[in-house]
Design a binder for this molecule. Structure first.
Ligand SMILES: [Mg+2]
Length: 108
């Protein structure tokens, strides 16, 4: 995160308040869940021009919601002062993911 973006998030938290930004984080998380659900319901492959257009809009909406959640996750880490913990958990989870894949591959 750049210093400019961090400063903007600090302003947002000061301006709107922590409580409002926490509610916003929950709201955006819910919107992402809905966007993923719509994405999973897309017909693959698209059968018509209308379906192809619908898929394009659905993917664009998913991208928007991913961006919204990333922005709110950054602010959530700042509010809870847990950036380093998140980093450690992330690497732990990534290692666990790799181990699960390797175990599955080893056992067919
Ligand atoms: Mg949103």
């Amino acid at each position: 995160m750049t210093n400019q973006i961090r400063a903007l998030y600090e302003r947002a938290i000061a301006h709107f308040g922590e409580g409002t930004q926490l509610l916003k984080a929950m709201e955006e998380s819910g919107e992402l869940v809905q966007a993923v659900a719509k994405y999973t319901a897309l017909p693959v492959p698209a059968m018509s021009d209308a379906e192809a257009e619908h898929a394009k809009q659905t993917i664009n909406h998913l991208a928007e919601e991913i961006a919204d959640v990333r922005i709110m996750l950054d602010q959530l880490e700042m509010i809870a002062d847990c950036h380093d913990k998140v980093g450690r958990w992330k690497w732990k989870k990534i290692r666990r993911l790799r181990e699960r894949i390797e175990e599955d591959e080893a056992h067919g």
